[in-house]
Design a protein around this ligand. Structure first.
Ligand code: ADP
Length: 257
């Protein structure tokens, strides 16, 4: 189930970004991005490679530091043009957990070790409780019997499911997915999308950078189309896929058909 934070929040955005600007050297990657992630919804971020989707996602989690913009989490407004305070960093980490394109599992730790190290070492939670919860989460994604296995013995799809469980074990208010299936062989994509679809059905708040437009169309509540560092168009999947308003959106969708 989603954590208490998302269940108890009033309806409305769980996380709002306004005016995000980010450059890497001379490359002005984000050029004023606004994004609202509503509690209990799935928000798909789509668009051409290099349009800034991953950089936005990482900014929501504090992994990138935009030069300008604000993030609002509940009552807390973070001015990104200033160094983050401890309280602000803690709020960012509590709010979201990331599932990466490459799962980044520790090769020398078992599956259970990978899932529990964050909650135990970083969050300082009770070891026995965390272990029991982790086994329950692994059971849910069909990997309970792999708890003592090492990542190298798992398929790519299994490793990515462990990546999802590791994010869930941190008990965030929302999950951020950064192209979670793009490094997988095609036959393994389905099992990861199935877990994500299940989580969406349970009411998890999710922001998903994805090239899987079928998933975005069927599972997302909101879709933002990015191009050249801005959100060109946003709306429901029916609006964005069925009746795109902007030429750039139409061109992108046509290229993929
Ligand atoms: P998308 O997710 O839409 O493919 P990204 O946010 O990954 O786009 O990248 C946007 C642009 O920022 C690209 O030109 C990419 O090369 C650049 N970029 C992303 N991360 C870095 C980085 N750490 N250092 C330098 N350039 C980066």
């Amino acid at each position: 189930m989603p954590s208490d934070a998302s269940a108890s929040l009033p309806s409305g955005p769980l996380l709002s970004a306004r005016g995000l600007h980010k450059s890497f050297g001379d490359n002005h990657v984000l050029r004023g991005v606004d994004l609202d992630i509503e509690a209990g919804t799935v928000h798909a971020l789509i668009g051409p490679s290099g349009s800034g989707k991953t950089t936005v996602l990482r900014s929501l989690n504090g992994l990138e530091e935009p030069e300008a913009g604000t993030l609002r989490i509940g009552e807390l407004e973070i001015d990104l043009s200033r160094p983050r305070s401890r309280r602000e960093r803690a709020a960012l980490h509590r709010t979201s957990a990331m599932v990466f394109q490459q799962h980044h599992l520790f090769p020398h730790l078992t599956v259970l070790g990978n899932v529990t190290i964050g909650p135990i070492r970083v969050q300082g939670r009770d070891r026995d409780t965390v272990m029991a919860e982790a086994l329950g989460l692994l059971e849910r994604v069909g990997l309970r019997e792999k708890a003592d296995a090492y990542p190298s013995s798992l398929s790519g799809g299994q490793q990515q499911r462990v990546g999802i469980v590791r994010a869930l074990a941190l008990q965030p208010s929302m999950l951020l997915f950064d192209e979670p299936t793009s490094s997988l062989d095609p036959e393994l994509v389905g099992e990861v999308l199935a877990v994500m679809t299940e989580l969406a059905g349970e009411g998890w708040t999710m922001a998903v950078v994805t090239h899987e437009l079928g998933f975005a169309r069927e599972v997302a509540d909101q879709v933002s189309f990015f191009d050249e560092g801005v959100v060109v168009e946003r709306g429901t999947p029916e609006q964005v896929f069925g009746a795109p308003e902007h030429e750039r959106t139409r061109r992108f969708l046509q290229r993929l058909q």
